[in-house]
Design a protein around this ligand. Structure first.
Ligand SMILES: Cc1cc2nc3c(=O)[nH]c(=O)nc-3n(C[C@H](O)[C@H](O)[C@H](O)COP(=O)(O)OP(=O)(O)OC[C@H]3O[C@@H](n4cnc5c(N)ncnc54)[C@H](O)[C@@H]3O)c2cc1C
Length: 395
Protein backbone atom coordinates (compact mmCIF):
# COMPACT_ATOMS: atom_id res chain seq x y z
CA UNK A 1 0.00 0.00 0.00
CA UNK A 2 1.43 3.40 -0.98
CA UNK A 3 0.17 5.95 1.53
CA UNK A 4 1.67 9.08 0.02
CA UNK A 5 -0.07 11.55 -2.24
CA UNK A 6 1.70 13.06 -5.25
CA UNK A 7 2.33 16.81 -5.25
CA UNK A 8 -0.40 17.21 -7.91
CA UNK A 9 -2.85 15.41 -5.61
CA UNK A 10 -1.83 17.55 -2.64
CA UNK A 11 -2.32 20.60 -4.85
CA UNK A 12 -5.81 19.38 -5.79
CA UNK A 13 -6.61 18.96 -2.08
CA UNK A 14 -5.41 22.47 -1.22
CA UNK A 15 -7.33 24.09 -4.07
CA UNK A 16 -10.49 22.26 -3.11
CA UNK A 17 -10.06 23.16 0.56
CA UNK A 18 -9.65 26.82 -0.37
CA UNK A 19 -12.61 26.69 -2.74
CA UNK A 20 -14.82 25.15 -0.05
CA UNK A 21 -13.74 27.78 2.43
CA UNK A 22 -14.73 30.50 -0.04
CA UNK A 23 -17.97 28.98 -1.31
CA UNK A 24 -19.72 27.30 1.60
CA UNK A 25 -22.81 29.27 2.69
CA UNK A 26 -21.59 32.29 4.70
CA UNK A 27 -21.07 31.41 8.37
CA UNK A 28 -21.61 27.68 7.69
CA UNK A 29 -20.41 25.54 10.59
CA UNK A 30 -19.73 28.47 12.92
CA UNK A 31 -21.47 28.72 16.31
CA UNK A 32 -24.86 30.39 15.99
CA UNK A 33 -25.23 29.60 12.27
CA UNK A 34 -28.94 29.28 11.51
CA UNK A 35 -29.34 25.92 9.76
CA UNK A 36 -32.59 25.36 7.85
CA UNK A 37 -35.45 24.27 10.08
CA UNK A 38 -37.83 22.61 7.65
CA UNK A 39 -37.37 19.82 5.14
CA UNK A 40 -38.24 22.23 2.30
CA UNK A 41 -35.55 24.69 3.43
CA UNK A 42 -32.98 21.87 3.57
CA UNK A 43 -33.91 20.75 0.08
CA UNK A 44 -33.57 24.33 -1.24
CA UNK A 45 -30.17 24.70 0.43
CA UNK A 46 -28.88 21.40 -0.92
CA UNK A 47 -30.13 22.17 -4.42
CA UNK A 48 -28.37 25.52 -4.32
CA UNK A 49 -25.22 23.73 -3.13
CA UNK A 50 -25.40 21.43 -6.16
CA UNK A 51 -25.48 24.53 -8.36
CA UNK A 52 -22.51 26.04 -6.55
CA UNK A 53 -20.50 22.82 -7.01
CA UNK A 54 -21.38 22.87 -10.70
CA UNK A 55 -20.28 26.49 -11.10
CA UNK A 56 -17.01 25.63 -9.35
CA UNK A 57 -16.34 22.63 -11.63
CA UNK A 58 -16.83 20.07 -8.86
CA UNK A 59 -20.00 18.39 -10.19
CA UNK A 60 -19.57 15.07 -11.99
CA UNK A 61 -16.06 14.71 -10.67
CA UNK A 62 -15.49 11.23 -12.13
CA UNK A 63 -17.33 11.89 -15.40
CA UNK A 64 -15.23 12.27 -18.56
CA UNK A 65 -14.59 15.88 -19.60
CA UNK A 66 -16.44 15.42 -22.90
CA UNK A 67 -19.66 15.01 -20.88
CA UNK A 68 -19.07 18.06 -18.72
CA UNK A 69 -17.34 16.23 -15.88
CA UNK A 70 -13.93 16.86 -14.39
CA UNK A 71 -12.31 13.58 -15.43
CA UNK A 72 -10.84 13.29 -11.94
CA UNK A 73 -8.60 10.35 -11.04
CA UNK A 74 -9.69 7.81 -8.44
CA UNK A 75 -7.39 9.41 -5.86
CA UNK A 76 -8.80 12.88 -6.58
CA UNK A 77 -12.30 11.50 -6.03
CA UNK A 78 -11.17 10.13 -2.67
CA UNK A 79 -9.64 13.49 -1.77
CA UNK A 80 -12.88 15.22 -2.78
CA UNK A 81 -14.96 13.06 -0.43
CA UNK A 82 -12.45 13.49 2.40
CA UNK A 83 -12.44 17.27 2.00
CA UNK A 84 -16.18 17.83 1.69
CA UNK A 85 -16.60 15.73 4.84
CA UNK A 86 -13.87 17.69 6.60
CA UNK A 87 -15.67 20.95 5.68
CA UNK A 88 -19.00 19.35 6.62
CA UNK A 89 -20.34 20.63 3.32
CA UNK A 90 -24.06 20.15 2.69
CA UNK A 91 -24.88 16.78 1.12
CA UNK A 92 -25.56 17.00 -2.60
CA UNK A 93 -29.26 16.61 -3.37
CA UNK A 94 -28.64 15.10 -6.81
CA UNK A 95 -25.96 12.69 -5.59
CA UNK A 96 -27.73 9.51 -6.81
CA UNK A 97 -27.98 11.00 -10.30
CA UNK A 98 -24.36 12.12 -10.33
CA UNK A 99 -22.91 8.91 -8.90
CA UNK A 100 -25.24 6.28 -10.33
CA UNK A 101 -27.35 7.50 -13.20
CA UNK A 102 -24.90 9.76 -15.06
CA UNK A 103 -22.20 7.08 -15.47
CA UNK A 104 -24.92 4.61 -16.51
CA UNK A 105 -26.22 6.98 -19.22
CA UNK A 106 -22.63 7.54 -20.36
CA UNK A 107 -22.22 3.76 -20.64
CA UNK A 108 -25.59 2.70 -22.09
CA UNK A 109 -27.28 5.88 -23.36
CA UNK A 110 -27.90 6.97 -26.94
CA UNK A 111 -26.20 10.17 -28.11
CA UNK A 112 -29.59 11.92 -27.87
CA UNK A 113 -30.03 10.73 -24.24
CA UNK A 114 -26.52 11.88 -23.34
CA UNK A 115 -27.11 15.34 -24.83
CA UNK A 116 -30.50 15.68 -23.23
CA UNK A 117 -29.93 14.41 -19.69
CA UNK A 118 -26.27 14.68 -18.71
CA UNK A 119 -25.79 18.49 -18.67
CA UNK A 120 -28.99 19.03 -16.67
CA UNK A 121 -27.91 16.48 -14.03
CA UNK A 122 -24.65 18.34 -13.47
CA UNK A 123 -26.21 21.81 -13.43
CA UNK A 124 -28.93 20.59 -10.99
CA UNK A 125 -31.63 21.80 -13.40
CA UNK A 126 -33.09 18.29 -13.21
CA UNK A 127 -33.43 16.65 -9.82
CA UNK A 128 -33.69 12.85 -10.02
CA UNK A 129 -35.04 10.11 -7.80
CA UNK A 130 -34.51 6.35 -7.94
CA UNK A 131 -37.51 4.06 -8.43
CA UNK A 132 -36.25 0.53 -7.90
CA UNK A 133 -37.87 -0.77 -4.66
CA UNK A 134 -41.46 -1.93 -4.54
CA UNK A 135 -43.63 -3.21 -1.68
CA UNK A 136 -42.75 -6.80 -2.70
CA UNK A 137 -39.35 -6.26 -4.27
CA UNK A 138 -36.46 -4.84 -2.27
CA UNK A 139 -33.44 -7.09 -1.76
CA UNK A 140 -34.84 -9.35 -4.47
CA UNK A 141 -35.32 -6.49 -6.89
CA UNK A 142 -35.76 -8.86 -9.85
CA UNK A 143 -39.19 -9.75 -8.43
CA UNK A 144 -40.51 -6.29 -9.27
CA UNK A 145 -44.02 -6.18 -10.70
CA UNK A 146 -44.57 -2.61 -11.96
CA UNK A 147 -45.65 -3.28 -15.53
CA UNK A 148 -44.93 -1.34 -18.70
CA UNK A 149 -46.80 -2.33 -21.83
CA UNK A 150 -45.81 -1.09 -25.27
CA UNK A 151 -48.33 1.01 -27.17
CA UNK A 152 -46.75 2.29 -30.39
CA UNK A 153 -43.98 4.71 -29.48
CA UNK A 154 -44.80 4.75 -25.78
CA UNK A 155 -44.69 2.47 -22.77
CA UNK A 156 -47.73 2.55 -20.47
CA UNK A 157 -46.76 2.03 -16.81
CA UNK A 158 -48.94 0.73 -14.00
CA UNK A 159 -47.76 -0.16 -10.51
CA UNK A 160 -46.12 1.18 -7.37
CA UNK A 161 -42.65 2.03 -6.11
CA UNK A 162 -41.76 2.62 -2.47
CA UNK A 163 -38.96 4.24 -0.42
CA UNK A 164 -38.38 6.63 -3.33
CA UNK A 165 -36.12 9.19 -1.65
CA UNK A 166 -36.86 12.83 -2.59
CA UNK A 167 -39.67 11.91 -5.01
CA UNK A 168 -41.68 14.97 -3.92
CA UNK A 169 -38.98 17.31 -5.19
CA UNK A 170 -37.76 15.26 -8.17
CA UNK A 171 -38.22 16.33 -11.78
CA UNK A 172 -37.34 12.87 -13.15
CA UNK A 173 -37.24 9.28 -11.98
CA UNK A 174 -34.96 6.46 -13.16
CA UNK A 175 -36.85 3.26 -12.64
CA UNK A 176 -37.15 -0.43 -13.37
CA UNK A 177 -40.30 -1.84 -14.96
CA UNK A 178 -41.36 -5.30 -16.10
CA UNK A 179 -41.78 -5.34 -19.86
CA UNK A 180 -41.84 -9.10 -20.48
CA UNK A 181 -43.77 -11.00 -17.80
CA UNK A 182 -43.22 -14.32 -19.59
CA UNK A 183 -39.40 -14.13 -19.57
CA UNK A 184 -37.32 -15.42 -16.59
CA UNK A 185 -37.53 -12.73 -13.92
CA UNK A 186 -34.09 -11.17 -14.56
CA UNK A 187 -34.70 -10.97 -18.28
CA UNK A 188 -38.00 -9.14 -18.67
CA UNK A 189 -36.94 -5.88 -16.99
CA UNK A 190 -36.39 -2.46 -18.61
CA UNK A 191 -34.53 0.59 -17.26
CA UNK A 192 -36.65 3.67 -17.90
CA UNK A 193 -36.35 7.44 -17.46
CA UNK A 194 -39.66 9.16 -16.70
CA UNK A 195 -40.66 12.80 -16.29
CA UNK A 196 -42.27 13.15 -12.84
CA UNK A 197 -44.78 15.65 -14.27
CA UNK A 198 -46.30 12.99 -16.55
CA UNK A 199 -50.04 12.60 -15.86
CA UNK A 200 -50.81 9.51 -13.74
CA UNK A 201 -47.84 9.79 -11.33
CA UNK A 202 -48.84 10.32 -7.70
CA UNK A 203 -46.29 10.78 -4.90
CA UNK A 204 -47.14 10.32 -1.21
CA UNK A 205 -44.49 11.14 1.39
CA UNK A 206 -43.91 8.63 4.21
CA UNK A 207 -42.98 10.29 7.47
CA UNK A 208 -39.94 8.52 8.91
CA UNK A 209 -39.13 8.06 12.59
CA UNK A 210 -36.73 11.02 12.26
CA UNK A 211 -39.79 13.17 11.48
CA UNK A 212 -38.55 13.81 7.95
CA UNK A 213 -40.65 12.94 4.89
CA UNK A 214 -38.07 12.39 2.19
CA UNK A 215 -39.16 8.79 1.58
CA UNK A 216 -42.17 8.35 -0.67
CA UNK A 217 -44.59 5.93 -2.19
CA UNK A 218 -44.81 6.57 -5.93
CA UNK A 219 -47.85 5.33 -7.86
CA UNK A 220 -48.13 4.90 -11.64
CA UNK A 221 -51.58 4.86 -13.20
CA UNK A 222 -51.48 4.52 -17.00
CA UNK A 223 -48.36 6.68 -17.20
CA UNK A 224 -47.18 7.10 -20.80
CA UNK A 225 -43.43 7.34 -21.32
CA UNK A 226 -41.84 7.62 -24.78
CA UNK A 227 -39.82 4.61 -25.98
CA UNK A 228 -36.97 7.09 -26.50
CA UNK A 229 -36.61 7.15 -22.69
CA UNK A 230 -35.65 3.46 -22.46
CA UNK A 231 -32.02 3.24 -21.35
CA UNK A 232 -29.98 0.38 -22.82
CA UNK A 233 -32.75 -1.37 -24.76
CA UNK A 234 -36.05 -3.07 -24.01
CA UNK A 235 -35.70 -6.02 -21.58
CA UNK A 236 -32.02 -5.17 -21.00
CA UNK A 237 -32.68 -3.52 -17.63
CA UNK A 238 -30.83 -6.09 -15.55
CA UNK A 239 -27.48 -5.48 -17.30
CA UNK A 240 -28.05 -1.71 -17.14
CA UNK A 241 -28.80 -1.96 -13.41
CA UNK A 242 -25.60 -3.93 -12.85
CA UNK A 243 -23.65 -0.98 -14.32
CA UNK A 244 -25.58 1.48 -12.13
CA UNK A 245 -24.92 -0.49 -8.95
CA UNK A 246 -21.18 -0.82 -9.53
CA UNK A 247 -21.09 2.98 -9.46
CA UNK A 248 -23.13 3.15 -6.25
CA UNK A 249 -20.32 1.96 -3.98
CA UNK A 250 -17.05 3.35 -5.39
CA UNK A 251 -15.31 6.08 -3.49
CA UNK A 252 -18.31 7.31 -1.48
CA UNK A 253 -17.22 5.12 1.46
CA UNK A 254 -14.34 7.56 2.04
CA UNK A 255 -16.95 10.22 2.78
CA UNK A 256 -18.64 7.88 5.25
CA UNK A 257 -15.34 7.20 6.96
CA UNK A 258 -14.47 10.89 7.24
CA UNK A 259 -17.92 11.76 8.60
CA UNK A 260 -17.77 8.94 11.15
CA UNK A 261 -14.36 10.20 12.31
CA UNK A 262 -15.70 13.76 12.72
CA UNK A 263 -18.77 12.66 14.64
CA UNK A 264 -16.68 10.35 16.83
CA UNK A 265 -14.42 13.30 17.72
CA UNK A 266 -17.57 15.22 18.68
CA UNK A 267 -18.55 12.29 20.90
CA UNK A 268 -15.19 12.42 22.70
CA UNK A 269 -15.66 16.17 23.30
CA UNK A 270 -19.16 15.56 24.62
CA UNK A 271 -17.90 12.82 26.97
CA UNK A 272 -15.39 15.33 28.37
CA UNK A 273 -18.09 17.97 28.89
CA UNK A 274 -20.92 15.89 30.37
CA UNK A 275 -20.54 15.01 34.04
CA UNK A 276 -22.09 12.26 36.13
CA UNK A 277 -21.79 12.13 39.91
CA UNK A 278 -19.57 15.18 39.70
CA UNK A 279 -17.01 13.71 37.27
CA UNK A 280 -16.65 13.96 33.48
CA UNK A 281 -18.14 10.87 31.86
CA UNK A 282 -14.88 10.29 29.96
CA UNK A 283 -13.24 9.23 33.23
CA UNK A 284 -15.42 6.11 33.42
CA UNK A 285 -12.95 3.25 32.68
CA UNK A 286 -15.53 1.03 30.95
CA UNK A 287 -16.63 3.85 28.69
CA UNK A 288 -13.01 4.66 27.87
CA UNK A 289 -12.48 1.09 26.70
CA UNK A 290 -15.49 1.27 24.39
CA UNK A 291 -14.36 4.62 23.01
CA UNK A 292 -10.89 3.20 22.39
CA UNK A 293 -12.47 0.22 20.62
CA UNK A 294 -14.47 2.55 18.34
CA UNK A 295 -11.36 4.62 17.63
CA UNK A 296 -9.47 1.46 16.57
CA UNK A 297 -12.35 0.33 14.39
CA UNK A 298 -12.54 3.69 12.62
CA UNK A 299 -8.83 3.36 11.86
CA UNK A 300 -9.35 -0.20 10.63
CA UNK A 301 -12.06 1.06 8.30
CA UNK A 302 -9.65 3.66 6.96
CA UNK A 303 -6.89 1.13 6.24
CA UNK A 304 -9.36 -1.25 4.64
CA UNK A 305 -10.49 1.56 2.35
CA UNK A 306 -6.90 2.44 1.41
CA UNK A 307 -6.09 -1.22 0.84
CA UNK A 308 -9.09 -1.57 -1.53
CA UNK A 309 -8.11 1.68 -3.25
CA UNK A 310 -4.59 0.35 -3.82
CA UNK A 311 -6.04 -2.73 -5.51
CA UNK A 312 -8.16 -0.59 -7.80
CA UNK A 313 -5.19 1.63 -8.65
CA UNK A 314 -3.31 -1.52 -9.65
CA UNK A 315 -6.15 -2.26 -12.04
CA UNK A 316 -7.57 -5.16 -10.02
CA UNK A 317 -11.38 -5.46 -10.10
CA UNK A 318 -13.38 -3.91 -7.23
CA UNK A 319 -14.57 -7.42 -6.22
CA UNK A 320 -16.81 -8.06 -3.24
CA UNK A 321 -14.67 -6.06 -0.78
CA UNK A 322 -17.27 -3.30 -1.06
CA UNK A 323 -19.64 -5.58 0.86
CA UNK A 324 -17.19 -5.78 3.78
CA UNK A 325 -16.89 -2.01 3.81
CA UNK A 326 -20.66 -1.41 3.69
CA UNK A 327 -21.30 -3.94 6.45
CA UNK A 328 -18.46 -2.61 8.58
CA UNK A 329 -19.12 1.13 8.41
CA UNK A 330 -22.89 0.85 8.88
CA UNK A 331 -22.62 -1.33 11.99
CA UNK A 332 -19.70 0.65 13.41
CA UNK A 333 -21.64 3.90 12.98
CA UNK A 334 -24.72 2.42 14.67
CA UNK A 335 -22.53 1.39 17.64
CA UNK A 336 -21.06 4.90 17.86
CA UNK A 337 -24.41 6.71 17.92
CA UNK A 338 -25.73 4.22 20.50
CA UNK A 339 -22.69 4.93 22.64
CA UNK A 340 -23.38 8.66 22.29
CA UNK A 341 -26.86 8.14 23.72
CA UNK A 342 -25.34 6.27 26.67
CA UNK A 343 -22.99 9.19 27.24
CA UNK A 344 -26.00 11.50 27.26
CA UNK A 345 -27.65 9.19 29.79
CA UNK A 346 -31.21 10.08 30.83
CA UNK A 347 -30.89 13.36 28.86
CA UNK A 348 -31.02 11.25 25.69
CA UNK A 349 -34.78 10.92 26.24
CA UNK A 350 -35.32 14.59 25.38
CA UNK A 351 -34.69 15.10 21.68
CA UNK A 352 -36.55 18.36 20.97
CA UNK A 353 -36.88 21.82 22.41
CA UNK A 354 -34.70 23.97 24.60
CA UNK A 355 -33.91 21.15 27.06
CA UNK A 356 -32.47 18.81 24.41
CA UNK A 357 -28.72 18.32 24.90
CA UNK A 358 -26.62 19.17 21.84
CA UNK A 359 -29.80 20.28 20.03
CA UNK A 360 -31.02 16.66 19.88
CA UNK A 361 -28.56 15.86 17.08
CA UNK A 362 -27.41 12.52 18.55
CA UNK A 363 -30.97 11.28 18.84
CA UNK A 364 -31.57 12.30 15.23
CA UNK A 365 -28.38 10.54 14.10
CA UNK A 366 -29.35 7.43 16.06
CA UNK A 367 -32.76 7.22 14.38
CA UNK A 368 -31.36 7.95 10.92
CA UNK A 369 -28.55 5.41 11.29
CA UNK A 370 -31.04 2.53 11.46
CA UNK A 371 -31.53 2.89 7.70
CA UNK A 372 -27.80 2.49 7.02
CA UNK A 373 -27.97 -1.27 7.46
CA UNK A 374 -30.87 -1.42 4.97
CA UNK A 375 -30.11 0.89 2.03
CA UNK A 376 -27.59 0.15 -0.75
CA UNK A 377 -28.00 -3.59 -0.15
CA UNK A 378 -29.23 -4.73 3.28
CA UNK A 379 -26.54 -6.07 5.59
CA UNK A 380 -27.87 -9.63 5.51
CA UNK A 381 -27.40 -9.53 1.74
CA UNK A 382 -23.84 -8.21 2.21
CA UNK A 383 -23.20 -11.14 4.59
CA UNK A 384 -24.46 -13.56 1.94
CA UNK A 385 -22.09 -12.00 -0.62
CA UNK A 386 -19.12 -12.18 1.75
CA UNK A 387 -19.97 -15.76 2.71
CA UNK A 388 -20.49 -17.03 -0.80
CA UNK A 389 -18.11 -15.00 -2.96
CA UNK A 390 -15.23 -14.21 -0.62
CA UNK A 391 -15.27 -17.15 1.78
CA UNK A 392 -16.57 -19.73 -0.69
CA UNK A 393 -19.26 -20.96 1.69
CA UNK A 394 -22.23 -22.89 0.26
CA UNK A 395 -25.32 -20.84 -0.64
C1 LIG B 1 -32.32 5.48 3.76
C2 LIG B 1 -32.89 4.65 2.64
C3 LIG B 1 -33.04 5.22 1.38
C4 LIG B 1 -33.60 4.48 0.35
N1 LIG B 1 -33.80 5.09 -0.86
C5 LIG B 1 -34.34 4.38 -1.88
C6 LIG B 1 -34.57 5.02 -3.15
O1 LIG B 1 -34.34 6.23 -3.33
N2 LIG B 1 -35.09 4.29 -4.14
C7 LIG B 1 -35.37 2.95 -4.00
O2 LIG B 1 -35.79 2.33 -4.96
N3 LIG B 1 -35.21 2.32 -2.79
C8 LIG B 1 -34.70 3.02 -1.74
N4 LIG B 1 -34.52 2.42 -0.51
C9 LIG B 1 -35.01 1.04 -0.33
C10 LIG B 1 -33.92 0.00 -0.17
O3 LIG B 1 -33.24 -0.19 -1.36
C11 LIG B 1 -34.61 -1.29 0.33
O4 LIG B 1 -35.14 -1.00 1.60
C12 LIG B 1 -33.64 -2.43 0.42
O5 LIG B 1 -33.28 -2.88 -0.86
C13 LIG B 1 -34.24 -3.62 1.21
O6 LIG B 1 -35.46 -3.98 0.67
P1 LIG B 1 -36.77 -4.13 1.57
O7 LIG B 1 -36.89 -2.92 2.42
O8 LIG B 1 -37.90 -4.48 0.67
O9 LIG B 1 -36.48 -5.34 2.54
P2 LIG B 1 -36.54 -6.89 2.17
O10 LIG B 1 -35.75 -7.16 0.94
O11 LIG B 1 -37.95 -7.34 2.20
O12 LIG B 1 -35.76 -7.50 3.40
C14 LIG B 1 -36.36 -7.64 4.70
C15 LIG B 1 -35.32 -8.30 5.59
O13 LIG B 1 -35.00 -9.62 5.10
C16 LIG B 1 -33.60 -9.74 4.83
N5 LIG B 1 -33.39 -10.54 3.62
C17 LIG B 1 -33.97 -10.37 2.42
N6 LIG B 1 -33.51 -11.28 1.54
C18 LIG B 1 -32.59 -12.06 2.20
C19 LIG B 1 -31.75 -13.13 1.84
N7 LIG B 1 -31.73 -13.61 0.60
N8 LIG B 1 -30.93 -13.64 2.79
C20 LIG B 1 -30.92 -13.15 4.05
N9 LIG B 1 -31.71 -12.12 4.46
C21 LIG B 1 -32.53 -11.57 3.55
C22 LIG B 1 -33.13 -8.31 4.59
O14 LIG B 1 -31.77 -8.16 4.82
C23 LIG B 1 -33.98 -7.54 5.60
O15 LIG B 1 -33.41 -7.62 6.88
C24 LIG B 1 -33.99 3.13 0.56
C25 LIG B 1 -33.85 2.55 1.83
C26 LIG B 1 -33.31 3.31 2.86
C27 LIG B 1 -33.20 2.67 4.21
Amino acid sequence: MDLTFTSAEEQFRLELRRWLYEHLPAGWGTPGYQYPKTYEEWVALRRQWDRTLYAGGYAGLSWPKEYGGRGATLVEQVIYFEEIARARAPEELNRAAKLLLGPTIIHHGTEEQKRRFLPRILSADDQWCQGFSEPNAGSDIASLSTRAVRDGDTLVINGQKVWTSFATVADWIFMLVRTDPDAPKHKGITFLLADMRTPGITVRPIVQMTGSGEFCETFFDNVRVPMANVLGGLNQGWQVTATALTHERGTLAFHRHAMIRLEFDELIDMAKRITRRGRPVIEDPLLRQRLAQCHSEIEMLRWTLYSNLTKRLRGEPAGSEGSIVKLYWSELYQRIVELALEVLGPASQIADGALAEEGGRWQHRFLKSRGDSIHSGANEIQRNIIGERLLGLPR
